[in-house]
Write a protein that binds this ligand. Structure first.
Ligand code: DI6
Ligand code: FE
Length: 419
């Protein structure tokens, strides 16, 4: 039997924003320290407690001993960021369409004329697997440069079995080729594909009876999402997709109430969804239903900004009803070409009225909950993966402050230094 020697990394001489929920908004430990063993957090506490902690763990902390020491030099250590809503695998771009929108056309007009999501569907169907992977790596690298250690990636630009599977396989490959943790979501109910015009029911059946079962059997998706909207699928159609997800044991999420109140929040809550996302038009009944179901509100300020929306998601109502809020980039070519998680945090505060500590919790602790990873990552706590960022900032709120000119960051994925 081979005995594998544990590797210990000791972080010292910095401050921690653990993001553990409690009286202190950032779970701050000033002059804190952290011991990671084999990629997991073994101990967190005040710097003054290091010697005792090492002795209790049976670790030789002396120079030349068992421990690699990381000098934080006064930096702030936070959990790795979690972008819990992206569409970063796709072919082509939508720059021409954006120029048309700047010229006055609306997102919905473009979609109804066969552009929008469907133009990305054409480009994605035509893209070879290597091309899809290469462009996704470039986009994901932008997120990783700003501290993302976990990302969710949706399908939804294939809308046929073969291309949905190709998108999800590409997303899974990102997680094996790069150090980041990837969670995948099947979004086959994203738009009605052109070959099914006037045959809506048949497409929904293709999703529920063919695509979803095949993806579930292949273990290609961790969750199922749908776009509940006038230009996409009705609440009844989304409910059929959710029923199928339930039969296959997959949790659900919903693009809800982005452009109109389509009853999306209530539907998501009725199915015990992990999250409902966007939510600009969600009313009081939707907020209350989400609170009862424990469904997280994922706010996507990039789409709100890029589409020039004026209707605000009901942030005060979520707060007072106790609905947890997450923040994500929604990185996609049509409504949110936002490859900066920190700018998403800034927008969540400036445009949507989140407090900086709420925004940061929305991209750490609460985002982990959305992905079903609450026990694994999202806070700095003993037993979780050592997904960590060391930022050159003076206080945690600074992560939500800059617009570009990102503070420099060093990243650890499960304890190994791989930035
Ligand atoms: N809502 C969105 O913001 C993205 N999908 C969705 O359902 C937009 C996707 C796109 O325009 O390509
Ligand atoms: Fe989206």
């Amino acid at each position: 039997m081979t005995r594998v020697t544990p590797t210990h990394t000791l972080f010292r001489n910095g401050h921690l924003a653990t993001m553990v929920a409690g009286a202190d908004p950032y779970g701050e430990i000033r002059h804190g320290a952290l011991l990671a063993t084999d990629g997991r957090i073994a101990w967190v506490g005040a710097d003054s407690g290091v010697a005792t902690a090492l002795a209790e763990a049976g670790v030789d902390g002396k120079r030349g001993g068992d421990v690699v020491e990381v000098d934080l030099r006064g930096r702030w250590l936070t959990p790795g960021l979690i972008d819990c809503h992206t569409h970063l695998v796709h072919g082509g771009d939508r720059v021409g369409e954006w120029e048309a929108r700047i010229g006055g056309a609306s997102y919905e007009e473009i979609a109804r004329a066969g552009g929008g999501i469907l133009s990305t569907v054409r480009a994605t169907r035509a893209a070879a697997a290597e091309e899809l992977f290469g462009s996704a790596v470039r986009r994901l690298s932008s997120l990783m440069r700003e501290g993302v250690t976990t990302v969710e990636v949706k399908s939804g630009y294939g809308l046929d079995l073969e291309t949905e599977v190709r998108m999800l396989t590409t997303a899974r490959k990102l997680g094996t080729e790069l150090p980041v943790r990837v969670r995948t979501t099947l979004l086959a109910a994203h738009a009605l594909p052109p070959e099914f015009v006037d045959r809506r029911g048949e497409y929904v059946s293709l999703v529920t009876d063919v695509i979803l079962p095949a993806v579930a059997d292949g273990g290609l998706a961790d969750a199922v999402d749908a776009f509940c909207e006038g230009i996409a699928f009705s609440a009844e159609e989304c409910a059929a997709v959710f029923d199928a997800a339930r039969r296959h044991g997959l949790p659900v999420r919903l693009h809800a109430d982005q452009l109109s109140d389509s009853g999306g929040a209530e539907l998501a809550a009725r199915f015990g969804a992990l999250s409902a996302d966007h939510l600009e038009y969600t009313g009081r009944a939707g907020v209350e239903a989400m609170a009862r179901a424990g469904t997280v509100a994922v706010l996507l300020p990039g789409a709100f900004y890029f589409l020039g929306e004026t209707r605000m998601p009901p942030v005060d109502e979520f707060r007072s009803a106790g609905v947890a809020m997450a923040v994500a980039t929604d990185l996609n070519p049509g409504s949110s070409p936002l490859a900066s998680p920190l700018l998403a945090l800034n927008m969540a505060c400036v445009l949507l009225g989140l407090r900086p500590e709420e925004a940061l919790a929305g991209m750490t602790r609460n985002a982990a909950g959305v992905l079903g990873l609450g026990a694994e990552t999202g806070t700095i706590e003993r037993g979780k993966a050592a997904d960590l960022c060391a930022w050159e900032i003076d206080r945690p709120a600074e992560l939500c402050y800059w617009m570009g000119g990102t503070p420099s960051v060093e990243v650890w994925y499960g304890g190994g230094r791989r930035d």
